[in-house]
Design a protein around this ligand. Structure first.
Ligand SMILES: CC(C)(COP(=O)(O)OP(=O)(O)OC[C@H]1O[C@@H](n2cnc3c(N)ncnc32)[C@H](O)[C@@H]1OP(=O)(O)O)[C@@H](O)C(=O)NCCC(=O)NCCS
Length: 183
């Protein structure tokens, strides 16, 4: 198992993953239009999503405020040449990510869940975060997302707080963890 740069090499298993329900984020599924593009014109989908140069920009977040977009690195978790899931490492936190989202996000394809991949993949991404010079990372997970927060705890996550978001106080609560990267 390894972290790989997103590559057309994994086209077949990536498309299988999308067709079984994988999407980039737990917040939104691919639209039918996006799925068609992935199946029928994978090269242009890939170019749009992954051949990008980081350009500082402001983005509007869920709280309605605008924040500087932070640089990030996308990794694909690959096992025996097959796409398993995607991890994103944000190189630092803006005020929004500090509150919600944190440094690392991940999605494992549905057919490969509950096999330890999130736990092991997160461990590999922490090694990359250390190489970037980060001394700690914040990761948040919905309170009901047991698989996500267990993976964080198994990688040394220490609970900071459990809180709903200020813009949705009656909405889901999130567990915010810190993982110390300095031994
Ligand atoms: C959350 C997610 C990443 C977990 O991935 P995974 O590869 O299944 O996680 P792991 O196999 O490493 O599981 C870690 C632990 O959680 C448990 N677990 C995983 N999914 C679970 C579930 N749905 N319910 C209960 N326990 C679960 C595992 O059994 C394991 O516990 P154990 O070692 O004590 O047996 C995956 O379900 C997913 O991609 N979900 C959609 C996207 C998402 O929610 N991303 C996280 C956003 S914060």
């Amino acid at each position: 198992m390894e972290l790989a740069k997103p590559s057309l090499e994994y086209r077949k298993s990536f498309i299988e993953a999308v067709n079984e329900g994988f999407s980039f984020s737990s917040l939104r599924d691919f639209t039918e239009e996006e799925k068609q593009k992935i199946n029928n014109d994978f090269e242009s989908f890939f170019k749009e999503k992954y051949d990008r140069v980081f350009a500082p920009a402001k983005i509007i977040c869920e709280d309605g405020n605008s924040y500087d977009k932070v640089p990030d690195t996308t990794y694909w978790l690959v096992d025996e040449g097959e796409f398993i899931g995607q991890f994103s490492l944000r190189h630092y936190l803006n005020d929004f990510l500090f509150m919600h989202g944190g440094n690392i996000g991940y999605v494992i394809r549905p057919s490969k869940r509950k096999m330890g991949y999130a736990t092991k993949g997160l461990g590999l991404v922490l090694t990359e975060a250390r190489k970037l010079g980060l001394d700690k990372v914040m990761i948040s997970a919905k309170e009901e997302n047991i698989g996500s927060w267990k993976a964080i705890e198994k990688n040394g996550g220490e609970l900071d707080n459990v809180t709903a978001m200020p813009w949705d106080t009656s909405g889901p609560r999130f567990k915010r963890y810190w993982i110390n990267l300095i031994n």
